[in-house]
Design a protein around this ligand. Structure first.
Ligand SMILES: [Mg+2]
Length: 263
């Protein structure tokens, strides 16, 4: 564990959490709650995480939200929690509320056509197995490949997808183990801004990847940004935790602090 920004005091934050009227716990999934898995359909949470999430969800004074780049339909079976969880999927383009209400993306025809073209091109290049088609984005994964093969795929995909995105409301984003084409106008920072619109909420955002940096910047000064990663890198987060031990320690502290208000 390491404090990364001056003025951040984790003990004081947890103390304040116990006295707050409302608490908001925002969590990325891949690489944060689950270890990276070359087989992305097998990326299940670290042992103990499901129980902790169930406890957090049972706490009436804590809003627990998963903020993921994955599609919600892809995430739910991995998460193993089907009821009462709030999820913002596809970087915020879709939303599942804790009562089960679902809101999907509302993309214009050109954007949808651009995403379709990007997926068709990738499939025609023999990248089907590496292609992930989500409700509002397309991604190519190269996790597990060698350096040379990765560089070749990255170069070709960037060139073609950039050409598709040119003049459209689409943008390319790299993430750990791949690249993604997604519509402009939504990212994890915007999700945090939307969730934090009510003042007086004690909040934390936990994430691992470059797409979480938007969220760390959005929460800066209003809550705690926590980088969950085996190694430290340049980040806008306030605190660095290594998974799973320090992650589980923090989440247990969070739940303990939430419980204090009810005592
Ligand atoms: Mg992640």
């Amino acid at each position: 564990m390491k404090i990364l920004t001056s003025g951040t005091n984790l003990d004081a934050f947890l103390e304040r959490l116990g006295c707050s009227e409302e608490r908001l716990l925002m969590l990325d999934y891949d690489g944060t709650l689950s270890p990276y898995n070359i087989e992305r359909h097998e990326a299940v949470p670290y042992p103990g995480i499901r129980d902790i999430l169930a406890e957090a969800l049972a706490s009436a004074d804590c809003r627990t939200v998963i903020v993921s780049g994955r599609s919600i339909s892809d995430l739910l079976p991995l998460l193993g929690i089907e009821r009462g969880i709030e999820i913002w999927g596809c970087h915020g383009w879709e939303r599942l509320e804790s009562d089960g209400d679902y809101t999907g993306p509302d993309l214009d025809a050109d954007t949808s056509a651009g995403l379709e073209e990007a997926a068709e091109w990738a499939a025609s290049e023999g990248l089907e197995k590496r292609l992930e088609i989500k409700v509002a984005c397309v991604a190519i994964h190269w996790r597990g490949l060698g350096e040379k093969e990765t560089a070749g795929i990255e170069r070709d995909v960037c060139e073609r997808w950039r050409a598709i995105a040119d003049g459209m409301e689409l943008e390319l984003h790299r993430f750990n183990g791949g690249i993604e084409l997604r519509p402009t106008g939504m990212n994890k920072g915007m999700v945090v801004n939307s969730l934090l619109s009510e003042s007086g909420v004690a909040a934390a955002y936990l994430g691992d990847d470059m797409t979480d940096e938007d969220a760390f910047r959005a929460i800066s000064g209003r809550g705690l940004g926590i980088l969950v990663s085996p190694g430290l890198r340049e980040t806008a987060a306030d605190v660095w935790l290594t998974p799973p031990e320090e992650l589980i320690w923090f989440l247990e502290k969070w739940i303990e602090s939430c419980g204090k208000q009810n005592e």
